[in-house]
Design a protein around this ligand. Structure first.
Ligand code: GLN
Length: 221
């Protein structure tokens, strides 16, 4: 069973739980000691101070946001500056523009980036890499699964990590703009919570966990 904090309160982290690997995010947040709960309907969203949008399938997530009634309330919260972390499909959902999305696919414009879905092509649908991420001392092991890349960043977007594409050019895969952090890959799948910690550091004080060493993380998980 994935631990859930109930009911809501200041500092409660929401994890959008319509589709995708939301359980892995909940587990990581629990290991960090951050109170978190699933968000499936608008009433859940009202209880949380920030939101994690997981990896999965952005077109399906988009449809489920409509049918759950979450689309507009979530759009408003993000426009009001709610902190958000998006991984893979979650990055696509939080982007300002999807270069090759489906015509009926929604995105929130919470971070001023344009993303290309499934950008690594068929042969390289999935791969792993050790990435240098600004703000992290040691490389982060990153799992890319039918991952998007960032094709354009706005003037206020910080690029925290890049990967080299097949044509030799580097493209951003971790970006931050204010309280919104996104990654093309799945930090939730490797049991390394440092990207989540980076996200929690942009939150109100009640949300932050104690600094830990990498060893502590491994033990906690
Ligand atoms: N390719 C998926 C999409 O377009 C994202 C894949 C993932 O989240 N692992 O939504």
């Amino acid at each position: 069973m994935v631990p859930q904090a109930l009911p809501g309160g200041p500092g409660l982290v929401g994890v959008l739980a319509l589709q995708g690997d939301f359980r892995e995010h909940l587990r990581l947040l629990a290991a960090l000691g951050a109170p978190a709960r699933e968000v499936r309907v608008p009433a859940h969203l009202d209880q949380v101070s920030s939101l994690v949008v997981p990896g999965g399938e952005s077109t399906t997530m988009s449809l489920l946001l409509e049918s759950s009634g979450l689309l507009e309330p979530l759009r408003r919260r993000l426009a009001d500056g709610m902190p958000a972390l998006g991984t893979c499909a979650g990055m696509i959902m939080l982007a300002a523009e999807i270069v090759d999305g489906r015509a009926d696919q929604h995105c929130f414009g919470a971070i001023d980036i344009s993303v290309r879905r499934n950008a690594f092509g068929r042969q390289r649908d999935s791969f792993e890499a050790d990435l240098d991420v600004e703000g992290l001392v040691l490389p982060l092991h990153a799992v890319f699964i039918r991952a998007p890349v960032v094709e354009r960043v706005g003037p206020d977007v910080e690029v925290l990590a890049t990967v080299r594409m097949a044509d030799g050019r580097k493209k951003p895969v971790v970006c931050r703009e204010g309280p919104v952090l996104v990654s093309s890959f799945h930090p939730e799948l490797v049991g390394d919570p440092r990207l989540h910690e980076l996200f929690l550091q942009t939150q109100p004080k009640t949300l932050q966990t104690q600094p830990r060493t990498r060893k502590d993380h491994v033990r906690a998980l």
